[in-house]
Design a protein around this ligand. Structure first.
Ligand code: ZN
Length: 415
């Protein structure tokens, strides 16, 4: 692996199977192990012939690589599928269920913890509320307690690491939370705090980047090379953009701060020091106030919006569709995406005011030369941050399967 791809490890390109070719034979073998495992991770299960087709490697080489991944206890070989063509059926390989990553999402209301598998599924997820905003210490202690309880309940599982989705920016090594305004965390060594209390290798990721990666890998944006993502949560608005298959990072690791685009020159003051930013102008708390009891009477926010008859909600949706439309227009002009994904409460605004938002997007598009981007709700809903965090927990294993598991097994059974 080259130095540049190493620093990019926590921000995988959605097409990360195309990497630089390492020079030594052992390096090449490890790189190919990583490529093959990444493919099965993305698809959940694949036949040997499909892996051969997708990698372009020889059938014999692919057989040896898959065999090694089975030997390391990462993949399992299942019954061959019925033949696609004449000849022997191709053996099928799946990820093993006993390899588990810990998915963490620290939010202003507490810590969400789930246990994920290599196929992207998340199990046993729950929100653990904390009295007051989590600090790195209380969050790490909460996660450690959840892991202890999980280990007692499922003693046969092998925990490979922790991935934490942070509602804010992390440094490129994924060790430090550089700035998470709503948690009030700044330059916090949160990865170390988690490792000290759990003994598990830990990586951190900016939640919007994890979410857009998840959606392009398994969700509604699968196959898209240019996707912009905006998420509206109780703690504010996050954004991220994939342009030509790469997540835009920027010179200070701060690209795509879509919550701070100006939508109202005379608007309210923002925590960033500016005025009329998207984030304080369009906020979930406005819906909490307007919906009142209706918010808790229905299954979720979308259902509450569909059911309510309150005129103040309708007026709020009209107003927010106007502001969101301005943001979408800017996104079209700057990123030229094929798809814009809306997550969190913005999904509800999209559902209620799609026609208005599509008009705003179309107006920004030079229709003679291009098509307006698709406006799409996120597929994973409330779970998307945990799915992304779970995939991050497996990053070390995916990058170097053979070496990584040796380390994990050594930790689990010290000689
Ligand atoms: Zn701002």
């Amino acid at each position: 692996m080259t130095e540049s791809s190493r620093t990019e490890a926590t921000r995988p390109s959605p097409r990360s199977e195309t990497r630089a070719v390492p020079s030594t034979a052992d390096g090449l073998r490890r790189e190919n192990l990583s490529r093959v495992l990444t493919l099965v991770h993305r698809h959940g299960s694949l036949t040997r012939s499909r892996v051969t087709h997708l990698t372009g490697l020889s059938r014999t080489a692919v057989g040896a690589l898959l065999g090694e991944l089975v030997e390391h206890g990462i993949l399992t070989q299942t019954d061959p599928l019925p033949t696609e063509k004449a000849g022997r059926p191709s053996a099928n390989y799946s990820t093993r269920d006993d390899l588990v990553g810990v998915a963490v999402n620290a939010d202003v209301r507490g810590v969400r913890v789930g246990f994920s598998r290599l196929d992207g599924s998340v199990h046993e997820s729950r929100m653990i509320p904390l009295s007051g905003r989590p600090t790195p210490r209380t969050a790490a202690e909460t996660v450690a307690a959840a892991i202890t309880a999980h280990r007692e309940k499922f003693p046969g599982e092998r925990l490979v690491g922790i991935g934490a989705a942070i509602p804010g920016r992390v440094d490129p090594t994924a060790r430090l939370v550089t700035w998470a305004p709503y948690l009030e965390w700044e330059q916090e060594p949160f990865a170390q705090a988690l490792e000290d209390r759990t003994g598990l290798p830990t990586r951190l990721g900016y939640d919007a980047e994890l979410a857009v990666t998840t959606e392009t890998m398994w969700g509604a944006a699968r196959g898209s090379r240019n996707t912009t993502y905006i998420y509206g949560g109780p703690g504010g608005i996050g954004g991220s953009a994939i342009v030509a298959d790469r997540i835009l990072v920027g010179g200070n690791n701060l690209a795509s701060r879509l919550g701070h685009l100006t939508v109202d020159m005379d608007g309210v003051e923002c925590a960033c020091g500016s005025r009329g930013c998207f984030e304080p102008t369009v906020a979930f708390r406005h819906y909490e106030a307007a919906l009142g009891d209706d918010l808790s009477s229905f299954a979720d926010f979308g259902a509450a919006l569909r059911a309510t008859r309150r005129p103040e909600v309708s007026a709020l949706l009209d107003r927010d569709a106007e502001y969101l439309g301005r943001v979408l227009r800017s996104i079209v002009l700057v990123y030229d995406p094929e798809m814009i994904m809306l997550g969190g409460f913005l999904t509800g605004v999209l559902e209620q005011r799609r026609a208005e938002l599509e008009r705003a997007v179309a107006a920004a598009t030079l229709t003679a030369i291009s098509r307006p981007p698709l406006l799409q709700p996120t597929q994973f809903g409330a779970d998307q941050l945990l799915v992304g965090a779970g995939a991050l927990a497996f990053r070390g294993l995916l990058d170097d399967p053979a070496d990584f598991l040796l380390d994990v097994d050594r930790e689990a059974s010290p000689a």
